[in-house]
Design a protein around this ligand. Structure first.
Ligand code: NDP
Length: 447
């Protein structure tokens, strides 16, 4: 084999992709998990799968110019990383956030390849977005940005080529503006984006899917210890799409969610965020586009922890649903010390490498994002199917399929991740996702 150890290979990755720490982190995690599989599979070595799988098939970077409400001209960077299309059309979200850069999107696109493979649906991996911040912008500014972003992106996507979806900063409003421009440019009504509104091709349960899916996945992990959510205290971070529907599903399953957060701080409500409080949060975040601190003015017994994440709060289950690297090694130690033993990642790569080590060392039920949050993209896949058939499935039908997919992903993780009595979900998800893509790349030859 060309590389003796994962560390050896990482020297190559870092030299080829300098100054991309998030991408290095994501590659390192997958490669470490799959190393023994590659060592024991000569055909992967002969086909040089390692070097091929970390190289994006296409990296598109473009300028987005638009005018703000005062008539000023603004410039942002737009991206689409088409990472791997072996098993299906590229699929993955668009993120609008000032922290977006090539490294962040390459990490997300790389993760997406294995996540999509795990869903059992035929989807390749991609990710894109812009360093545009929708926060504080008017609807018309967001519209002008989305339209100008699509002017370029439309050349690279299509219902059988690449089907983007939402992610941080991109929800129904932004998808609508982008879809409108795509339709105008191409003069065709087609399922080129997922996360659409119900009136024009969206799927029931798509907005709920990632939050519901991560909760179903955590439920499956708890089942392996003959437990469930009933009566358990749950800490959730974020207060966006994924976090909101995770709260809703945990409530339905009898758990008590005590935290939510945004990039300014955390609210702690020891009485639990029940469905009427959740309705307040949804209105605050989705309609009024306010900050989570406003919760404590409405619910006086709740506390606001300015600048803090939720991980100091005692809980049995933690569902990080905000962003990457939001649980450090120290945070993970605090969580474990306070009795947390089940972590389901709604966000992508929310736990840093030290934190992952802490969870694995303590034999926690630790479901990494690429398995635990795959319900979102899986339901996007179901939206694509409905668009192709020009049909709308019922809520029950989509939810039943989502549950079945989350159970199947859990089984794949168990199959590849069992280490004695412990299930190492990191290893299980990485190997389970990798093998299908690598085998397909070999089937299709050197392309
Ligand atoms: P939203 O934009 O709806 O919400 C994001 C939430 O996370 C907001 O509360 C936001 O707070 C907070 N947040 C964002 N960046 C930071 C930061 N740097 N520090 C602290 N808090 C932050 O996004 P989603 O809910 O859609 O996505 C959340 C996570 O889930 C992301 O990691 C995404 O990649 C992942 N994911 C999403 C899927 C989906 O279907 N939407 C599918 C699979 C994964 P603020 O308002 O202050 O920015």
């Amino acid at each position: 084999m060309m590389y003796k150890t994962p560390e050896d290979f990482m020297v190559y990755v870092k030299a080829k992709n300098p100054n991309q720490p998030e991408f290095h982190q994501a590659v390192d995690e997958v490669i470490t998990s799959v190393w023994s599989v590659i060592e024991n599979t000569p055909k992967y070595q002969a086909a040089n799968i390692l070097e091929r799988i970390i190289e994006p098939e296409r990296t598109i970077m473009f300028k987005v110019t638009w005018t703000n409400d005062k008539g000023g001209v603004e410039v942002n960077k737009g991206y689409r990383i088409q990472m791997n299309g072996a098993i299906g059309p590229y699929k993955g979200g668009l993120r609008f956030h000032p922290s977006v850069n090539l490294s962040v999107l390459k990490f997300l696109a790389f993760e997406q390849v294995f996540k999509n493979s795990l869903t059992t649906l035929p989807m390749g991996g991609a990710k894109g977005g812009a360093d545009f911040d929708p926060k504080g912008k008017s609807d018309t500014e967001v519209m002008r940005f989305c339209h100008n972003f699509m002017l370029e992106l439309s050349r690279h996507i299509g219902p059988n080529t690449d089907v983007p979806a939402g992610d941080i900063g991109v929800s129904g409003r932004e998808i609508g503006f982008m879809f409108g421009m795509y339709k105008k440019l191409r003069n065709e009504f087609t399922g080129v984006l997922t996360g659409k509104s119900l009136n024009w091709g969206g799927s029931l349960i798509r907005p709920e899917a990632t939050g519901y899916g991560v909760t179903y996945f955590a439920q499956e992990m708890l089942k392996t210890r003959n437990e469930d959510f009933n009566g358990k205290t749950v800490a959730i971070s974020g207060s966006g799409n994924v976090a909101q529907y995770a709260v809703q599903k945990v409530n339905e399953l009898g758990g008590k969610v005590v935290t939510l957060s945004d990039s300014d701080g955390t609210i702690y409500d020891s009485d639990g965020i029940d469905n009427s409080k959740l309705a307040y949060v949804m209105d605050l975040k989705n309609n009024r586009r306010g900050r989570i601190v406003e919760y404590v003015a409405e619910y006086r017994n709740a506390k606001y922890l300015e600048g803090k994440r939720p991980w100091e709060i005692e809980c049995k289950v933690a569902l990080p649903c905000a962003t990457q690297n939001e649980i450090s090694g120290e945070d993970a130690k605090t969580l474990v010390k306070n009795g947390c033993y089940c972590i389901g990642e709604g966000a992508n790569m929310p736990t840093n490498p030290e934190g992952v080590k802490v969870f694995l060392k303590n034999e926690a039920l630790y479901g990494p994002g690429k398995a635990a949050n795959a319900g979102g993209v899986a339901t996007s896949g179901l939206e694509m199917t409905q668009n192709s058939m020009r049909l709308l499935w019922t809520r029950e039908e989509v939810d039943t399929r989502l549950k079945a997919i989350m159970r199947a992903i859990h089984q794949t993780c168990v199959r590849y991740g069992k280490e004695g009595d412990y299930i190492n979900y990191v290893k299980g998800a990485n190997i389970g996702g990798f093998v299908k893509v690598a085998d397909t790349m070999i089937d299709q030859g050197i392309t």
